[in-house]
Write a protein that binds this ligand. Structure first.
Ligand code: OGA
Ligand code: NI
Length: 364
């Protein structure tokens, strides 16, 4: 594997490119015709869909019927969509709003201030504009800020923005609330799979050891949105993703039955999706689903994704309890750290990575 210590070529900030007033985007951002957003959808009128919405409180209700019904809805959404939205999740709406605002302010700071946090592919922590280190690779129309929230032993707040002044405190508070929510979701998924409540969490290395990170994406407005993507098709490599989408600007698209559908976010909801590690642990009962982000010519978009992941040296393989003679293990074991390396080298690649884990007898 190539060394991941530095970027293969100078980094261009997409936000600066967009602000320069160019009318045509550079070649590097132009996708091949089959990967452009306009192929099956009319960009001016994207097909908006309602991804299942679940009242999170009902999952813990003492009313057994209500609880069973909510569990069933989550199970069906995991099976059929790989995505669902949750409301009444317990995270303060005020905190969500303030955390979004602080990131808007960060991205609006002068370039020199943001450059202090410029990241490298060694850890990806900090201010970045690409994922993957292949020279000449196609690039996406976005910048981001990536930081670690868990395990606490790896957290280094000096790598988080010092300006705006409230950023570190808000991110720590928001992070711990959302990570707690992630733990609850892991229990819900375990129960729905017919496992012990703490089974998936244990497979991830236990509540204290799980990994969690925040990726704040900034998708600047784009003069030619029909030629590029804010984020290329990918499945999330980790366990679960808890996304706070921009409340004013859509852009997330989910691949369903071969077409790209634009998600209509519900106010104050989180969008949850299954990552590759849950696909492996559940032996594909639940599958990660490809998604991507489109951009537009009128408005910038900001989203906050928290990835809830296994401990990095944890060996992840299908849960023994879910294996039967008819349905043996579909995937070979791999640590999450090893799994992540390929994505970090190659960038978004649809579902290729998880498919490459198929045991030889399955792909004969
Ligand atoms: C991601 C992602 C979606 C969005 O960061 O993996 O899919 O809406 N983000 O920004
Ligand atoms: Ni994603």
């Amino acid at each position: 594997m190539k060394s991941l210590l530095c970027w293969p070529e100078p980094v261009i900030r997409v936000q600066s490119l967009a602000a320069s007033g160019i009318r045509e985007i550079p070649e590097r951002y132009i996708k091949s015709p089959s990967h452009r957003p306009s192929l099956n959808n009319d960009v001016s009128q994207p097909q908006e869909v309602d991804v299942p919405v679940i009242d999170f409180q009902n999952l813990f209700s003492s009313d057994r019927g209500l609880c069973a019904e909510a569990l069933r809805c989550v199970h069906n959404a995991c099976r059929e969509w790989g995505f669902f939205q949750i409301v009444n999740h317990g995270v303060s709406h005020e905190l969500m709003k303030r955390t979004c605002e602080v990131w808007h302010e960060f991205f609006n700071l002068p370039l020199e201030e943001k450059q202090k946090y410029a990241n490298t592919p060694a850890t990806y922590e900090g201010y970045g504009s690409r994922v993957g280190v292949e020279k000449g690779a196609s690039l996406d129309w976005s910048d981001y800020f990536f930081l670690l929230l868990m395990p606490l032993s790896l957290v280094n707040q000096s790598k988080w923005p010092a300006i705006p002044a409230s950023c570190r405190e808000l991110v720590a508070e928001y992070g711990s609330e959302v990570v707690r929510l992630g733990g609850k979701l892991m229990k819900v998924l375990s129960m729905n799979l017919g496992l012990e409540e703490d089974s998936l969490l244990k497979s991830f290395g236990g509540e204290e050891n799980v990994g969690a990170c925040l990726r704040v994406s900034y998708y600047p407005k784009c003069p030619q949105p029909d030629l590029t993507l804010g984020l290329s098709p990918h499945s999330d490599p980790g366990g679960l993703t808890i996304l706070l989408p921009d409340e004013n600007v859509g852009g997330l698209q989910v691949c369903r039955k071969g077409s790209w559908l634009t998600v209509k976010p519900v106010p104050n909801a989180f969008i949850i999706n299954i990552g590759d590690q849950i696909q492996v642990l559940s032996n594909a009962i639940y599958q990660s689903v490809e998604h991507r982000v489109i951009v537009n010519s009128n408005e910038d978009r900001v989203s906050l994704a928290i990835f809830y992941n296994p401990k990095s040296d944890q060996l992840i393989e299908p849960c023994k309890k879910l294996l039967t003679e008819d349905r043996p293990a579909l995937y070979k074991p791999m640590t999450y750290a090893e799994y992540r390396l390929t994505i970090r080298a190659k960038g978004p690649c649809g579902k290729k990575q998880v498919e490459s884990l198929k045991s030889p007898r399955q792909s004969d």
